[in-house]
Design a binder for this molecule. Structure first.
Ligand SMILES: [Zn+2]
Length: 469
């Protein structure tokens, strides 16, 4: 039997369910604060890194064998380059992109999946916009549990691909709210605020402090998200004190959220930032209390600032985070302006998730950086047209030209033989995209003049549409 508390209305409850819900207000319950016993630093230091290093501070397993894929134990990196950009000498990054499915949620999934497996759970269900579903699907795969995931509008394609690859049954829901999940007696419905997920997530804090030789940092900056991860940092600091692992933790928590009012006019939809701010109001209350109690602050960032920060983080520190995760970087200069942080302070930014999953964000970063993403190939039916051929077609779009002229213009920028240009032109002719317009004498020699066919014009039009999203 576990003791629970409702973060929404404060009600208390007991039970052995893995997905407890408040009978009074319907909020997902959190575990009541336990009074952990004294723990020696040496005990923890003698174990290998990862979530289960802190097993005394996690819900106990009967058999003691976790469903684990090496989650946690992520590096705390010195960020000298980014630090000098934002004027913070003691900047550190906790790189959670290294987790098995690319997000900090794996810390929670290992705890939940381990308990679920022990208790003979057959199915885990969840409604998600991304990282939660990917993580649950992976850990269910490892645990031999079926996962049923309802994705909401705005789910990143990369995260959806992950769920599918891990063997989840995926269903799309048009509604933003909870979907119609079919719950059987041996199933667990996982919400982002699930208490066992949160227990695992608190190990991010333990690791940060242990990596700093048990000296809590001055400030931790992290995305608010559902409020769960952030509020668990507050609880974790309390547990570190209660176990005697640290004397006193005076770390200020800075929560970063996306300001909708500052959304730019063109196209940057809030769906991009679903991972930054999900609705679980009860846990937002917990997060608010954690920030106040730690004498921390909220910082709001805009979509543009977040995209810029994603690029800055990747460019300076080689970490490619998703926009929600990089929002902490956008928050740094604002926090500095508002004097929430001073240059000499030890600041830890938690980079919660990896960037490769979010293809829309990648395109936006490239656009913001004024770089053109040119697709290597365009397909017309079964025809493949590569970058060089496309270039030749573009040259011909303003009028007929000689192969030799086109070669001169291409070779001014990149090495290419005349033979290779003629080879491409011949292939374009075979594809029916160019034709010989005639032969003319130029430079004392007979040269073939090429022009675009209608089909060639059509392909260029299509390529233009693809390139200008
Ligand atoms: Zn309640």
């Amino acid at each position: 039997m576990a003791r629970f508390r409702c973060p929404g209305c404060g009600a208390e409850a007991e039970g052995s369910t893995l997905d407890p819900v408040c009978a009074r207000c319907g909020s997902t319950l959190v575990l009541s604060e336990a009074r952990p016993r004294h723990l020696a630093r040496e005990t923890l230091e003698g174990r290998s890194a990862g979530v289960w290093r802190y097993k005394e501070l996690l819900p106990g397993l009967q058999a003691g064998v976790p469903v684990s894929m090496g989650e946690g134990g992520t590096p705390l990196l010195q960020a000298a380059n980014l630090g000098s950009e934002v004027g913070l000498g003691g900047l550190l990054l906790k790189d959670e992109t290294r987790n098995p499915t690319g997000s900090f949620i794996d810390r929670g999934s290992t705890v939940l999946a381990s308990l679920a497996k022990e208790r003979g759970v057959e199915t885990c269900t969840c409604v998600t916009t991304g990282n939660l579903g990917a993580s649950i699907a992976a850990y269910c795969a490892k645990a031999g549990i079926v996962s049923e995931i309802v994705i909401r509008p705005g789910t990143d394609r990369g995260k959806l691909y992950q769920m599918i690859a891990y063997g989840a049954r995926v269903e799309a829901s048009r509604r933003r709210g909870e979907g119609g999940l079919n719950l059987g007696p041996r199933s667990v419905s996982v919400s982002p605020g699930n208490p066992y997920l949160l227990e695992g997530e608190k190990t991010t804090c333990f690791e940060v402090v242990q990596d700093l030789d048990w000296e809590p940092p001055d400030i931790v900056v992290l995305p608010v998200g559902t409020g769960g991860h952030l509020s668990m940092f507050w609880r974790a600091f309390g547990e570190l004190e209660a176990t005697g692992l640290v004397d006193m933790a005076e770390t200020r928590l800075v929560g970063v959220r996306f300001s909708r009012s500052a959304a730019p006019a063109q196209g940057l939809d809030a769906e991009l930032f679903t991972e930054l701010e999900e609705s679980e109001p009860a846990l937002m209350g917990e997060a608010r209390r954690a920030i106040e109690a730690s004498r921390g602050e909220w910082v709001e960032v805009s979509a543009d600032e977040t995209i810029g920060a994603t690029a800055l983080l990747a460019r300076t520190e080689g970490i490619f985070a998703e926009p929600a995760a990089a929002s902490v970087v956008a928050a740094l200069s604002k926090a500095k302006e508002r004097r929430l942080v001073e240059s000499g302070e030890k600041v830890v930014c938690v980079i919660t998730g990896a960037g490769l999953k979010d293809t829309r964000a990648i395109a936006r970063i490239a656009r913001a950086a004024k770089q053109t993403v040119v697709a290597d190939e365009y397909s017309v039916g079964r025809l493949q047209v590569g970058a060089t051929k496309l270039r030749l077609l573009r040259m011909l779009s303003s009028g007929a030209s000689f192969g030799y002229q086109m070669w001169k213009s291409i070779s001014a920028e990149a090495h290419m033989t005349t033979a290779s240009v003629y080879q491409h032109l011949g292939e374009l002719e075979d594809l029916g995209l160019v034709r010989k317009a005639g032969v003319a004498r130029a430079g004392g020699r007979e040269r073939v003049l090429y022009e675009l066919t209608r089909k060639g014009h059509d392909l260029l039009k299509m390529a233009g549409r693809i390139e200008r999203p």
